[in-house]
Design a protein. Structure first.
Lengths: 257, 202
């Protein structure tokens, strides 16, 4: 046997097999070759050392404390579900707290729903609806009577129609006491309707919805007749009642013959 | 419990996961020793060995259903889990505190029972071998511990370490080469060699 054959055979054997190998050619080569003999002796020492280590630690085991810890983990991993199920039915406080918890959730949900409904209603009230009919959007102002210092007091009722007004109807009746004073008197709908038909005020501009809620003044003015009708003499004055809002803008005009 | 000892590891595991405490106890007592020794041989630290043994069984409680008997034995699976925990423990920076030689631990009792000189020599040899094993790179140490110290077959070691049998064989051969070189230069081995030689002559 050559050293190469020895190595090929030895590499296939485990340490235990090497110790018990009794092949004649193998043993003869070991006795003749000092290098292979030394190699085999190292393997024997290693095998004996590993055996000694294995035998000396064979009795080593985990301490009892480890078993206790592992068994405690086992009980913990299997116990909780049953323990909780047992504990829950007897816990009145737990059920009571759950009841109040659900009640709180319901109250919050109801408050949110009411808040949303109110918000939608307000939004709907404040948003001008283009599709609404002019009559629905109109606001009627019961006009005021303004008495210049030299003139007699006169009661005037004016109707101002505002196309862009968001509120359905606003009626105000005013009566003048002195210059610049506007008194609002509420009237019933039938009376107001009759007055509206006879007064004949013409709206001059779109009314700001907010300004219509304030007091208006009716001022009688003189206009050149030619401004109204070019065919008429410009020297002849024409009397007109002008409704002026709080913001100083003219709302409506009525020609007084 | 007597009936439980007849059951296989896989049956005990199935019963344990179903909540059978006796089955789990039987499985623990059957497998804790090899796992503890594996971790001890790998780390050289009894603290790590205890921790790893505990972690392996707690892992089994949580992830035991992942074990597939078709892929190998439960013992090999447990060694694989233990190997990962040993790696983690060593990566955390545990100092490898080599145990005093088990032969030295039991020296007093061994003196009365048998040849004292031989026992001391064997104790020195096992201590030297253990130091040499601990100095091996991890993937060589694993195969030595599993195949030589735990007496696992190549197939079981391959399953535990997740590699091919041929890889186990080549790693083991290489590890033996390295160990033999380390021991050859160790002074602690000389008395053992002479003792063994003397016994052979006599």
């Amino acid at each position: 046997m050559t050293c190469r054959e020895f190595n090929q055979k030895a590499e296939l054997l485990s340490l235990a097999e090497l110790q018990q190998w009794q092949d004649k050619q193998f043993l003869q080569h070991v006795s003749e070759c000092p290098g292979c003999g030394s190699w085999l002796q190292q393997r024997h020492v290693l095998a004996n050392g590993l055996d000694a280590l294995k035998n000396s630690t064979a009795s080593r085991e985990a301490p009892v404390a480890v078993e206790y810890a592992v068994m405690r983990a086992f009980r913990k991993s299997h116990a909780p579900a049953a323990a909780i199920e047992e504990a829950r039915p007897s816990s009145f406080a737990f059920r009571l707290s759950r009841f109040f918890e659900m009640g709180a959730y319901a109250a919050v949900a109801a408050a949110l729903a009411i808040g949303m409904a109110v918000g939608v209603w307000f939004w709907h009230q404040r948003t001008p609806a283009a599709s609404q009919t002019p009559s629905a959007n109109s606001a009627q102002v019961q006009p005021a009577q303004v008495t210049p210092a030299a003139e007699e007091t006169k009661s005037v009722t004016a109707e101002v129609s505002t196309v862009a007004h968001a509120r359905p109807r606003v009626r105000r009746s005013t009566s003048a006491g002195s210059k610049g004073e506007v008194r609002a008197n509420a009237t019933n709908e039938e009376t107001t309707a009759q007055i509206e038909q006879t007064n004949g005020y013409q709206p001059l501009m779109l009314c700001d919805p907010l300004s219509c809620t304030g007091g208006e003044q009716v001022v009688r003015v003189e206009l050149p007749a030619s401004e109204v009708d070019p065919s008429r003499d410009s020297s002849q004055p024409l009397m007109a009642d002008v409704v002026i809002g709080d913001d100083g803008l003219v709302r409506a005009i009525r020609i007084v013959q | 419990m007597a009936i439980l000892t007849d059951q296989t590891d896989e049956q005990l595991l199935a019963n344990s996961l179903a909540g059978d405490e006796d089955a789990f106890t039987a499985l623990y007592r059957r497998r804790q020793g090899p796992l503890y020794r594996f971790a001890l041989h790998m780390s050289g630290s009894p603290q790590i060995a205890e921790e790893v043994t505990q972690e392996v069984f707690i892992f089994l409680l949580g992830r035991g259903r992942d074990f597939d008997p078709a892929r190998g034995a439960l013992s090999a699976y447990l060694f694989g889990v233990a190997r990962n925990y040993v790696r983690r423990a060593l990566e955390r920076g545990y100092t490898e505190t080599l145990l005093t030689s088990p032969a030295e631990d039991h020296a007093d009792s061994l003196v009365a029972e048998s040849d004292t000189v031989e026992d001391i020599a064997r104790g020195q040899l096992s201590s030297a071998v253990w130091k040499a094993v601990l100095s091996l790179p991890e993937h060589y140490r694993e195969v030595v511990v599993l195949c030589d110290l735990q007496e696992s077959s190549y197939a079981e070691a391959a399953h535990s370490l997740g590699c091919a049998i041929g890889t186990i064989r080549s790693r083991l051969h290489r590890a033996h080469e390295m160990l033999a070189k380390k021991l050859h230069g160790s002074a602690a081995v000389a008395p053992a060699i002479s003792t063994m030689t003397a016994r052979c002559i006599s």
